[in-house]
Design a protein around this ligand. Sequence first.
Ligand code: NAD
Ligand code: 2YJ
Ligand code: MG
Length: 259
Amino acid sequence: MALLTPNDLININKQLQEADSTVQRVTGLDIKGICKALYGTFPGSEKVGIVPVTSGNGIIGNFSASLNAITQYFGFESFVTDMLDVSGYYEAVRNGAEIILMADDYTFLAHNLKNGKMANNQPCTGIIYAEIASRYLKADSKNVLVVGLGKVGFPGAAHLVQKGFRVYGYDPDENFLQRAVSSLGVIPFNPEKPKKFSIIFEATPCANTIPEPVLSENCVLSTPGIPCAISEELRTKYDVQLVAEPLGIGTVSMLYSVL
Ligand code: NAD
Ligand code: 2YJ
Ligand code: MG
């Protein structure tokens, strides 16, 4: 289980602003516009309570503060509880939180206490990064390459299949690849026989996962994976439109999905 580090979250507002302008350039919509199109919802005056959780590997420096900055960037009212864990949850509800955000080492959830809806970060992240990729205004075809078919990649691949894309998938774990082939109809991608793509969605915990021969000039690489899937050298060489941000895009996808 890859954990975020405080370093990933440095300057989260700047990272969000940059991601927002890339999303706008790539799709014609900003991140809020993508969320509205995806879920058909938009925020009213929901108050978000963020509860720091100490279990397992414990508090991640910058995590709760970053969630607070992210929720406010997207127009929600929010606060971080002073207390932790169960006492923090109690504090959040007593202080009028309508949506709870909290994470341990396995699950990062959003729970809307008013309507009962609950979201998990992994599928919500996969779906929104896939949605952004699918909206590339200069895409040359309906072909998409999905690299990594785990907890984030699989739901993203499913979303692309559902939207009518021809989805090529790659995962070195044969079981994960076969699951996507048999249950989604994903076409297994063979890195030995590469072809070029203008849309790539990546979700792995590894660096340098995109083989150079699949990159086409000015392609979109939409990737929540940490560390980044592509070197700065390759990004520049192919003028890749890179959508990559460590926490905010997935979080706002969770929030809109529970409205
Ligand atoms: P996971 O372990 O469930 O899945 C990762 C998959 O990638 C596995 O199936 C693995 O076999 C595959 N993989 C490994 N190396 C590969 C390679 N070279 N090529 C292709 N596939 C490869 O992990 P996950 O929960 O799906 O998370 C994926 C990444 O996304 C992690 O780095 C995680 O931290 C990150 N993440 C980011 C955000 C965000 O908001 N940016 C949100 C959630 C998760
Ligand atoms: O409250 C805190 O500071 C910590 N308990 C946050 C833990 C955050 N958890 C993760 O980063 C895990 N990878 C689980 C979330 C999966 C989505 N990336
Ligand atoms: Mg994100």
